[in-house]
Design a protein around this ligand. Sequence first.
Ligand SMILES: *[C@@H]1O[C@H](CO)[C@@H](O)[C@H](O)[C@H]1NC(C)=O
Ligand SMILES: *[C@@H]1O[C@H](CO)[C@@H](O)[C@H](O)[C@H]1NC(C)=O
Ligand SMILES: *[C@@H]1O[C@H](CO)[C@@H](O)[C@H](O)[C@H]1NC(C)=O
Ligand SMILES: *[C@@H]1O[C@H](CO)[C@@H](O)[C@H](O)[C@H]1NC(C)=O
Length: 186
Amino acid sequence: MGARSIVAILFLFLAFRSGVDAASKRIRDRHPCKRLVFFFHDILYEGNNAKNATSAIVGSPDWANRTILAGQSHFGDLVVFDDPITLDNNLHSKPVGRAQGFYIYDKKDVFTAWLGFSFVFNSTQHKGSLNFAGADPLMNKTRDISVIGGTGDFFMARGVATLMTDLFEGDVYFRLRVDIKLYECW
Ligand SMILES: *[C@@H]1O[C@H](CO)[C@@H](O)[C@H](O)[C@H]1NC(C)=O
Ligand SMILES: *[C@@H]1O[C@H](CO)[C@@H](O)[C@H](O)[C@H]1NC(C)=O
Ligand SMILES: *[C@@H]1O[C@H](CO)[C@@H](O)[C@H](O)[C@H]1NC(C)=O
Ligand SMILES: *[C@@H]1O[C@H](CO)[C@@H](O)[C@H](O)[C@H]1NC(C)=O
């Protein structure tokens, strides 16, 4: 091996090391590189609000139906949504984007869901999308889900979103506060 390739390998090693050091320092510091708070509003179809509804039960267990959430903590219901995102907690504020995806109720003895959705932005402030996934033990005051990626303004974003149920009205309407902390920003 020539001196040149040894120097090249050494250089690569040092570059790799400084990358690892930078990453572990980021984890140690634990300061988000970006923080955003949004609300989104879910109005579930309940038999006579098809015009107003922003979400619908598209799958239910054999012992239930798709008009009304199933018994036993809604276990087995799959709901698809296209919900407005607002900057404050007012349903009628001008939306800055849409929250689009699904939740599945996945536990019989307590209300718990699994969420997979995107925030799709097309406003003057934000363009692009953020993708979320994770378990939502929704009886907890706050719960964390993962921000697993993004596009546009949020290219390669990763972090954690803290969800809080800001309001719920029966099974028809709920509003979530989403506190997004990105730990990777490009
Ligand atoms: C739609 O649902 C929301 C939330 O429940 C309610 O405030 C609003 O009055 C409804 N609008 C119509 C037209 O039913
Ligand atoms: C759905 O289930 C609920 C609760 O069991 C029942 O009241 C309702 O009539 C059912 N709807 C349909 C369309 O079967
Ligand atoms: C975003 O908004 C612009 C301007 O209103 C519009 O031309 C464009 O089609 C929108 N894009 C999407 C993906 O909705
Ligand atoms: C839910 O809340 C309980 C009690 O506050 C806490 O012990 C638990 O860790 C929380 N679980 C999650 C997944 O956030």
